[in-house]
Write a protein that binds this ligand. Sequence first.
Ligand SMILES: Nc1nc2c(ncn2[C@@H]2O[C@H](COP(=O)(O)OP(=O)(O)O)[C@@H](O)[C@H]2O)c(=O)[nH]1
Ligand SMILES: [Mg+2]
Length: 234
Amino acid sequence: MKALLLIPTYNECENVVPLTQEVRRHCPDTDLLFIDDGSPDGTGDVLDHLSQETTGLFVLHRQEKQGLGTAYKAGFAWSLERDYDVTLCMDADFSHDPAALARMMSELETCDLAAGSRYMPGGQIVNWSLRRRILSKGAAVYARFLTRMPFTDPTGGFNGYRNRMLRELSLEHVAAKGYSFQIEMKHLSWRSGYRTKEFPIVFTERRAGRSKMSSGIIQEALRLVVRLVRTQPH
Ligand SMILES: Nc1nc2c(ncn2[C@@H]2O[C@H](COP(=O)(O)OP(=O)(O)O)[C@@H](O)[C@H]2O)c(=O)[nH]1
Ligand SMILES: [Mg+2]
């Protein structure tokens, strides 16, 4: 299976080089596509240098910060224009363990969406504040309870997709711009009848740089779930 790993970045200049080394150590054959939104800290320049000395590493530059969801949509389009079999997604800040990519790939042998979960047996969160834990778990319970979709971690961002499914889904209708993109993609895959599966992951709070979580992102997630419930057949 030929894999492309998407990594959206906004101000991640300290993380991208060590992260690339770790990904390559665990998955030497996986291509990488960074999607950088004109990071003011110069992440884009670091990535351009890196892409010159690393085969199979590519960079998509966007002018300004447009949100995680739109970055992933641009990455999906890039992947589908090429001959990849699967598209993998992870954060740039080491919260997702590159060592777990092998598990994601093996899960994708038997499903169309392999979703990392912090909230199933074996899953874990390390070093998060109580506030972040409550926010995340609250969002998970809210989204799951209202939509009834069978994911223990609807907002999790460590996910792998088969390109065959991505090609068939109407991604142009995916509207979420921020982190709620994760909820919307899981919901769409499940509602469309594809094989989805969760596997446990350990999520560790970032070591370098800052979180881009904001109140706007939370509000978008609250509204999105209501829209998903309204539009889904009962
Ligand atoms: N390209 C792009 N990446 C983003 C944007 N917002 C967040 N990211 C990236 O998305 C990932 C998750 O963001 P992060 O701030 O770590 O969120 P948290 O883990 O929920 O606190 C990181 O790799 C960020 O650099 C954005 O607007 N555009
Ligand atoms: Mg993070």
